[in-house]
Design a protein around this ligand. Structure first.
Ligand SMILES: [Zn+2]
Length: 508
């Protein structure tokens, strides 16, 4: 038991550093919008669900980016938190990220021949939202991505300020913004479109997703082979380097060749039923691939026999069109949360004590002046212990809120059955009431601590909870106690916890 309680505290602490959506699924902000030629949104899908919409002109992707916390620099990257304004030198740090994202949007558009655009790109500072972000942006890392990861819990693109190559590349230097943005475009090929690499690796005896020594790139440029020449203004027809390989521009001696057996464009157009299955566990690379059907109209025409491939080129003339849906949003760091605790009878073997202890850790960790907290608990019925209340800086009425919350927690006893869904809905209602009353735009989340399946909800179901949280853009972070953890709901939200050893080390 002691072990479990310690482990729990760590989950909470690391979880809180990553604040929003610790084990929750993909970000509630991540979604795809189908947009008509006149700019009207006709369909909104939660991330990862295939779309079929005949009037759609383009698919607009809303994604999230979590930028690491620079220790000792509380507001990194510095700037005006507004991508449409440039304050000059004061804004340089944020402008670097903004420029990279703009080139990223260009690459996505060029690669898909305009079928896909970046939409709202939310940038979270201080490592917030890390476990559910589409792009985890660290200080130093190799750019990489989970293949077909978009919309799947725990999958993402890894990116960084500095790429530790033989000669390290600082993406934030103005001379490298374009390169960095196009590199994100390459990762998009993996993460959203399910394609594999087409370049030569360093070692011969590697398997699966890793390029091998002796691999041969397609004969003509491909973004999955080498995207960097696209950033070099002196390279002829440079934007070809942002396009996918085609039937007449294909190499079987690549990861793409081994795992999909066909070129990039042929993969994009193929039904996912045809994806190769390669080994028991490594199917992850393609099993979640999504066929984006409106790519079909954008494929390049086949080249005449013996001729170089055709490319459909959008840039640079189409740059404004490629960026027409792009909105870069610096998400504010304010946090509103509700802790929802299961106090049913099955929590009596120490589980409730652990949940109370973990809740107190959370309450002490939130930052004053930026946070508001509420508390609810449920057994046979649902109780509101404290409506969402700001934790203010001293002096102020919010100073005693932490003590009030802890006092309420100490009064919890384990009894009754488990109205899990109703309690989870209550937590969401509390957040929505606060937002409506105060017109805030904070990150919002619910920490749910429970050990058992729902036995007594009167109005809510797992399905209604999932739908309502999604609609309200609230992250649900469930923490399961014991073997009878609330299966239906928690399984859908909680998948892989994010392990960040670097951060653990810092804390330890
Ligand atoms: Zn790659």
């Amino acid at each position: 038991m002691a072990y479990r309680s310690t482990k729990f505290a760590w989950v909470f602490i690391t979880g809180f550093i990553f604040a929003s959506a610790v084990q929750a699924g993909n970000s509630p902000y991540s979604k795809v919008r189908e947009v008509t030629p006149s700019g009207k949104t006709v369909q909104v899908m939660s991330a990862g669900k295939p779309m079929v919409n005949r009037v759609s002109n383009r698919s607009v992707f809303d994604i999230t980016v979590s930028i690491y916390e620079k220790l000792g620099v509380p507001n990194y990257p510095a700037g005006d938190d507004d991508a449409d304004v440039d304050l000059g030198a004061l804004d340089d740090e944020q402008n670097a990220y903004e420029e990279i994202i703009r080139f990223f949007a260009d690459a996505v558009c060029e690669a898909t021949n305009g079928a896909q655009h970046l939409g709202e790109v939310r940038l979270f500072k201080r490592g917030l939202h890390a476990s559910s972000a589409d792009i985890l942006w660290r200080a130093r890392d190799w750019p990489s991505a989970h293949t077909s990861g978009f919309g799947t819990n725990g999958r993402r693109i890894f990116f960084a300020d500095v790429f530790p190559m033989a000669t390290s590349v600082n993406a934030l230097l103005p001379v490298n913004h374009e390169k960095a943005g196009y590199t994100l475009g390459h990762e998009w090929g993996h993460y959203v479109l399910g394609l594999f690499d087409e370049y030569e690796g360093d070692e011969a005896n590697v398997r699966g997703l890793v390029p091998r020594k002796g691999d041969q790139a397609p004969p003509f440029p491909s973004i999955m082979s080498n995207q960097w020449p696209a950033a070099n203004a002196s390279v002829a027809d440079r934007f070809r380097y942002l396009n996918f390989s085609q039937k007449d521009n294909f190499s079987s001696k690549t990861v793409q060749g081994r795992l999909h057996g066909v070129s990039g464009w042929e993969t994009l157009l193929a039904s996912t039923d045809t994806d190769k299955k390669f080994g028991k566990t490594s199917t992850a690379g393609s099993k979640n691939r999504i066929q984006y059907t409106n790519l079909a109209e954008r494929q390049p025409a086949a080249a005449a026999a013996g001729s170089p491939p055709n490319y459909r080129i959008e840039l640079p003339a189409g740059r404004n069109t490629c960026r027409q849906d792009l909105k870069i949003i610096w998400q504010q760091n304010e946090l509103e949360m509700v802790i929802a605790v299961d106090t049913s009878i099955s929590m009596r073997f120490g589980e409730l004590d652990n949940a109370v202890a973990a809740s107190k850790v959370l309450i002490d960790l939130v930052e004053e002046g930026r946070s508001a907290i509420g508390l609810t608990h449920f057994e046979t019925n649902v109780f509101i212990d404290q409506v969402v209340t700001p934790i203010t800086k001293e002096p102020g009425p919010g100073v005693s809120v932490r003590n009030d919350l802890k006092f309420a927690l100490d009064g919890f006893t384990a009894e009754g059955s488990t109205a899990l869904f109703d309690g989870t809905q209550q937590a969401l209602d509390m957040l929505n009431d606060f937002k409506t009353a105060n017109d805030t735009s904070a990150i919002r989340l619910v920490f749910l601590l429970s050990d058992g399946a729902d036995t007594n909800s009167k109005t809510s179901t797992a399905a209604s909870i999932l739908a309502n949280y999604q609609t309200s853009l609230v992250s649900l972070s469930p923490f399961a106690y014991g073997d009878d953890a609330p299966e239906q709901l928690l399984r859908q939200f909680a998948q892989e916890p994010l392990v960040c050893t670097e951060l653990l080390r810092t804390l330890l």
